[in-house]
Design a protein. Sequence first.
Length: 243
Amino acid sequence: MQTVTRALSVLDCFRGGEERGVSEVARAQGLAVSTTHRLLGALVQAGFLEKDAESSRYRMGGALAEYGQIAYRQHKIYLAEPCLEQLAATTGATGSVATRHGIHAVLLGTSRWRESDGHKLQGVRLPLHASALGKALLAWSDVDDDELRSLPYEEGTERSVTGPEELRAELVTTRERGYAFNDRELDPGFRTIGLPILDPEGRCRFALGLRGPVTLMIDERVPFFVELAKVTAAEIAAKFAAA
C-alpha cells in the first residue's frame, strides 16, 4: 500500500504538464533518488509516464490519455461540448464543465473557441473555495463544516475567501442569487460565472463555468452572461438525463 501511495504521489508531480528529472521528483516527494528512480521506472513500464531518451526527463505517458478518454465517455462530456462551444461563440468567453474531486473542482471539458490562453495548459484542478465552479458544486450540495474547514484556503489570490465561515456565508449568497461568481480569485485578470448542472433528482454532480477576462466580463454584461449560462446548464442537464 505504501508503494502504491508513493507511486501515485510521484505521478502527481506531473499534473501541470511539465517534464521532470529524477532528482527534481525526489526533492519534491522527499524520497531517496534510488527509490524515486525505481518508482519512475515502474510508471514508465505501465505506460503512465514516458522517458525522453535524450534528456532522461519524464513526462505524462500515453496510458493516461487512454484512461482519460474512458472517463470522458463515462461522464458523457461529449454531449456537453456542442453546448459549450455555442455558449463560447455567443459570449466570447470560455465554457467548461467540472465535477468535484475531494477539495478541488476538476475540469472535464472546455470549449476551444477563442481560447484565451493559447497552447498553455490551464489548471485542471481548481480549489473549491476560490473557483466559481467549486462554489457552485458546494452551494448545491450538502456540505458540512468539517468539509469546509479542510479546504486549502492558502490557494488563490488576496480576493479569495480566507476561511470556512466566510465561505459558508458566500455559499448562502450563491444559492440565493442563483449562480456562483469568481471575481479575480484565482487569476487577477479573469472572472468566472458558475452554475449547477442538476440531475432529475436535483443533485449537483457537475457544474458549468463561463470564464473570461475582466475587460470582457464587465459588471454590466454579467447578468446577460448569467442568463445565457443558465440556458446552457439546463440544456446540458437535459442531454445528460436523456443519455
